[in-house]
Design a protein around this ligand. Structure first.
Ligand code: GLN
Length: 488
């Protein structure tokens, strides 16, 4: 049962072959038996209470497709009743008085919460090793990182501890862990999913999205989690759409842009081979490959690592020992209390970003760094528009690798923040442009040392082209079985 997709589980529930309570119990038992550190908080009673409500809705013949299907939430979405820590000591004992909009939407749809998922502290990281609660392990190889920051979400779905999970992507945190754990994830267009109750990292980039086994499941989840929210000032007002509407469209004539900057030095041979094989598969499905150029790709790293820390330094000022979270036990005056509470509550990477962010926003450096970065951000977005839009558009979607390598070993990059930043090269530009992007499993790395570690294919589209991305991914998943492979 745990192997089934969300869509299949839904059919089982609707046909009364299994109850929501039985299903939740089955996954809770799997979570209990797992040693991946994917879950930070589990509360059987709360879960089973939700399952009971779902069962009564099912007996009343409520046909909502998500009713009774279990889901787990990245611990960056606040949840009433469950602790929400954002992977930080700062919020170690924090329980929110309200649910994030995304959580509210899934609750209303009848989904059953299995618990809260590990992540890098305040979503800052690429390996889940910045969590105060210890790293999540990659289910394919426990010596490896699961990716980050949504490492718990990707590992939980890959290990079949949950059929679906929420995640957030600021610079790659849905796509990269999905890639490193061999599952499917989509970051929709910026503004599609409400940020209300999603603990802020970099507000002009943060975007929620789903991780699941298949593109079809991701579409069903997006249907529930998108929509205008007046409590989020950058929420988009758009007509409701069905993201699964074009899953079965043919790919005949689809033009796939292959950016040459995504295949340069630094891309591991095993990742390149898997991605190129996937591109050939798309040709068999009737698509056509077009070489394109996204010349500003390289600049996305310095630009992102100025803008994201700048916004983070501002967002994280609210954690002062007064309003939320950790307060130092011993302190002198008020300033001392702020200083000690923040020094104790935040981890090293978070402090590094606050320092960088405060620096680039400070008088005398703002123009040289922050403003400059904002200007290049616009040029990065323009690169994508040149390829995807206008009279001279070259392609319908863009494809390439998600991560330059397969999952690396735990500890390999912990003392080298820049090595972590460089691994974000293929995901940052999409985030800076606010475009939708996804990752689907497309093979495994071949390296001897790296054993069997998954490779993800990235699919990027123009604004609001999620239905097309899902269509493209679904067609690939009809023709291949990478998404059904499971860790031992
Ligand atoms: N790895 C990137 C960072 O550390 C992206 C993280 C994210 O998308 N939340 O900031």
């Amino acid at each position: 049962m745990h192997k089934l997709t969300l869509k299949e589980l839904s059919a089982q529930l609707q046909a009364r072959k299994i109850s929501a309570t039985e299903l939740a119990t089955l996954f809770l038992d799997r979570i209990d038996a797992s040693d991946l550190n994917a879950f930070l908080h589990v509360d059987r009673e709360l879960t089973l209470a939700q399952a009971k409500v779902a069962d009564s809705r099912l007996s009343a013949n409520d046909a909502g497709q998500l009713i009774g299907v279990p889901i787990a939430h990245k611990d960056i979405f606040v949840t009433r009743g469950w602790r929400t820590t954002a992977g930080s000591r700062m919020l170690d004992n924090y329980v929110s008085p309200f649910d994030a909009t995304v959580v509210e939407q899934f609750n209303a749809a009848g989904m059953v919460t299995l618990g809260k998922l590990n992540c890098d502290e305040f979503a800052m990281g690429s390996g889940n090793e910045n969590s105060y609660f210890g790293p999540t392990l990659n289910p394919w190889d426990k010596r490896a990182v699961p990716g980050g920051s949504s490492g718990g979400s990707a590992a939980a779905v890959a290990a079949r501890l949950a059929p679906a999970a929420t995640a957030t992507d600021t610079g790659g945190s849905i796509r990269q862990p999905a890639s490193l754990c061999g599952v499917t994830g989509i970051k929709p267009t910026y503004g599609s999913v409400s940020r209300y109750g999603m603990i802020a990292f970099a507000s002009s980039l943060d975007q929620g999205g789903p991780i699941a086994k298949t593109a079809e499941d991701c579409g069903l989840l997006l249907n529930a989690m998108t929509g205008f929210d007046e409590r989020d000032s950058t929420s988009l007002q758009r007509p409701k759409e069905d993201f699964t509407r074009s899953l079965n469209d043919s790919l005949q004539g689809l033009r796939i842009g292959v950016p040459k900057e995504f295949f340069g030095a630094g891309l591991a041979a095993d990742v390149e081979a898997a991605v190129r094989a996937a591109l050939s598969e798309f040709e068999k499905l009737g698509a056509q490959l077009v070489e394109i150029s996204l010349p500003k790709t390289e600049l996305s790293i310095p630009v992102y690592y100025v803008i994201a820390p700048a916004e983070a330094s501002s967002n994280l000022s609210r954690f002062d020992g007064v309003r939320y979270g950790h307060r130092a036990a011993d302190y002198g005056n008020l300033d001392d209390m702020y200083r000690k509470s923040r020094a104790e509550g935040f981890g090293e990477e978070v402090k590094r970003r606050i320092l960088v962010g405060s620096y680039v926003l400070s008088h005398g450096y703002y123009d040289a760094y922050y403003l400059q970065a904002q200007k290049i951000r616009r040029l990065i977005a323009q690169d994508f528009q040149n390829a995807l839009a206008g009279a001279n558009r070259q392609c319908d979607v863009i494809m390439g690798p998600v991560s330059p390598t397969v999952a690396w070993d735990l500890g390999d990059k912990t003392n080298d923040p820049v090595a972590n930043y460089l691994a974000d090269i293929f995901t940052l530009s999409t985030s800076l442009a606010g475009l939708p992007g996804m990752s689907i499993p497309c093979g495994f790395g071949q390296g001897e040392k790296n054993g069997k570690r998954p490779v993800g294919l990235q699919i990027i589209g123009n604004y609001f082209d999620e239905a097309r991305l899902l269509n493209v991914a679904h067609q690939f998943q009809q023709a291949t079985d990478w998404h059904l492979r499971e860790p031992a």
